[in-house]
Design a protein around this ligand. Structure first.
Ligand SMILES: Nc1ncnc2c1ncn2[C@@H]1O[C@H](COP(=O)(O)OP(=O)(O)OP(=O)(O)O)[C@@H](O)[C@H]1O
Ligand SMILES: [Mg+2]
Length: 239
């Protein structure tokens, strides 16, 4: 097997004296969508923030394409191609849709390719194409979520980290977002996906890790976890 694109080995992350992650190890390989599920406060967002360099792990390592990300700045991590679409859709409300998308490409120097990628993103999200001059803050919640993902794509990710992309969306938008996630992956981008909607996540993912109070308690093929009694009970709302 080839080396993983992204891997975590024994990662421990603290906020002050509070430990949020305990020996977290996981990997994302070429072509994969890997789901990370778990309840509120389990440490999912912290895992992504640790990968992105926004918080520093006290122990363990994060390896991207054979290079350690320890001590690398968040900007430089984006430039390497590790791109994080944060939870809560942090778009810039006073900037237009077009400006928000262009900001996603801030770390790139290849102007011609940026124009092409913009067309690709707009093809993926026709709603954004119709609203290029609209201020980000006036978009609907679902449209802002599309903009957040579109902006992440403009950074030309080699691996994409998505934090709760379907949060707060109506069922029809949830379906659209998951179709887009599958589509992005088919175009060759491996994805680490955090989702409260565990069923949808397991349906789109190839593999899954379950995080409970900062520790990985289970991992396996997504199809197997969909049929796992404990997972069904805890995360799929079945008894
Ligand atoms: N900036 C912070 N300072 C102190 N503690 C924090 C901070 N951010 C997160 N935590 C704590 O770390 C733990 C993990 O939080 P995290 O946001 O990673 O959880 P999560 O799995 O993403 O949860 P959710 O599903 O609610 O988004 C929680 O107990 C949380 O209170
Ligand atoms: Mg979170």
């Amino acid at each position: 097997m080839t080396d993983p694109v992204l891997s975590l080995h024994g990662v421990e992350t603290f906020y002050g004296r509070i430990q949020a992650l305990y020996k977290v190890s996981l990997e994302v390989r070429e072509g994969e969508i890997v789901a990370l599920i778990g309840g509120n406060g389990a440490g999912k967002t912290t895992t992504l923030r640790t990968i992105s360099g926004l918080v520093k792990p006290a122990a363990g390592s994060v390896i991207f394409c054979g290079h350690s990300l320890t001590g690398v700045s968040p900007d430089a991590i984006v430039r390497l191609g590790v791109v994080h679409a944060p939870e809560g859709r942090r778009i810039f409300p006073r900037m237009t849709v077009l400006e928000n998308l262009q900001l996603g490409a801030f770390a790139r120097g290849d102007a011609a390719a940026i124009a092409d990628d913009l067309q690709d993103v707009l093809a993926l999200f026709p709603r954004l194409k119709e609203r290029l001059a609209q201020k980000g803050g006036t978009l609907s919640g679902g449209e802002q979520q599309m903009l957040a993902i579109g902006r992440a794509l403009m950074a030309k990710p080699k691996v994409l980290l998505l934090d709760e992309p379907s949060m707060g969306l109506s069922p029809i938008f949830v379906d659209t977002i998951f179709e887009v996630i599958a589509d992005i992956n088919k175009r060759g981008v491996p994805i680490l996906l955090i989702e409260q909607n565990a069923r949808k996540a397991l349906q789109v993912a190839s593999r899954c890790y379950v995080l409970e109070t900062g520790s990985i308690v289970k991992e396996g093929p997504a199809a197997a976890l969909l049929n796992d009694d404990a997972v069904r009970k805890a995360y799929l709302g079945e008894d």
